[in-house]
Design a protein around this ligand. Structure first.
Ligand code: GZL
Length: 324
């Protein structure tokens, strides 16, 4: 609907411009239908739960800036799904030109995505994804979370087979946690790694520390391998491990995902053993998708950004030039 309106509006705007009385050509908010007015974008971010999230927010704010032709309406939902859905409803009521969402969990999005579609406002998903039908959003750009989990698991099987494992899971119901767990389990098939326990730490340092304290109280020095779905929970777990008189990287090998600065520092210091990167710098791709969708151009439904992995030596080498 929006595309047809945009095309008609664009033709109208061109016609009117020739008579010296151009309109903004957009239905909804600002200049989404063409012309040199700013494109108004509502961005519903998960919150500020981790170092990765801060880098992702910075990347999108930089790309969706006024100098790049955007007026950004930003909301961080404090990791609460209902608050994030309310933010999207608010963007619809404001009549923004486009909506960007980093969906906290996969479920619960059908109704509000239908409302955005009915309002003729295109939605672009970044980072995590949703279980709703993909005709309810224009495009998704993010990472291959299952591959990230599989790469982490492959390292564990090659370097820590036979270990007693505990897992700090990401936010329950998030595509990042669900898919990383799938990839990890796939990699461990046929190995002799024994999973003692697995619990969510909600992607936060505090969550990782609290859950690791519980694991240590229950299993003590039997634990010799930790898989944390992100660096921040692994960093929180370091406090608990050291408080228990154990040496991280020696008594307990730690594998994490993200490769944010503090995680890479822990890896370079020998406290972490292996990290699989999850690239948060998605801003330019999101901005490009917004402009193309509003211009009525066809775009890929899914765009996956490549990741890489780091050993302790590779972290020492990469740290000085890491952008986040
Ligand atoms: C992954 C992203 C996850 C990160 C966490 O793309 O959704 O959420 O791994 C962040 O650090 O909180």
């Amino acid at each position: 609907m929006k595309k047809i309106l945009a095309s008609v509006a664009l033709v109208g705007a061109v016609a009117l411009a020739m008579t010296g009385c151009a309109t903004d050509g957009g239905s909804g908010g600002g200049g989404g239908g063409g012309g040199d007015e700013l494109i108004t974008v509502g961005f519903a971010q998960t919150g500020s739960e981790s170092g990765w999230r801060s880098a992702n927010t910075e990347s999108l704010k930089t790309a969706l800036s006024e100098e790049n032709g955007f007026k950004l309406v930003f909301n961080a939902a404090d990791n609460k799904q209902e608050a994030q859905i309310a933010a999207v409803r608010s963007f619809i009521n404001q009549g923004v030109d486009a909506i960007v969402i980093a969906p906290i969990t996969v479920d619960g999005w059908d109704d509000v995505l239908k409302e955005a579609k009915d309002a003729g406002i295109p939605v672009i998903l970044e980072d995590r994804t949703v279980s709703a039908s993909d005709d309810l959003y224009a495009s998704w750009v993010g990472l291959d979370f299952e591959k990230e989990g599989e790469l982490a698991g492959q390292w564990a099987v090659e370097n820590a087979d036979g270990s007693n494992l505990v897992v700090l899971e990401g936010t329950t119901g998030s595509s990042a946690a669900l898919d990383r767990a799938t990839g990890w389990s796939k990699a461990l098939e046929g190995s002799t790694i024994k999973t003692l326990d697995s619990q969510t730490g909600d992607f936060t340092r505090d969550g990782g520390k609290k859950v690791m304290e519980g694991f240590l109280q229950k299993y003590g020095s039997d634990i010799n391998l930790l898989f944390a779905h992100n660096d921040d929970m692994g960093l929180g777990a370091l406090d608990a491990i050291e408080a228990a008189g154990l040496v991280p990287g020696q008594d307990i090998k730690i594998v994490t995902i993200d490769a944010v600065h503090d995680g890479m520092q822990a890896l370079a210091d020998g406290k972490f053993s292996f990290i699989v990167e999850c690239n948060p710098l998605l801003g330019e791709k999101v901005a490009d998708l917004v402009k193309k969708v509003l211009a009525g151009e066809s775009v890929d439904k899914r765009t996956i950004v490549e990741d890489q992995t780091f050993t302790q030596d590779q972290a020492k080498e990469a740290l000085p030039t890491r952008p986040y």
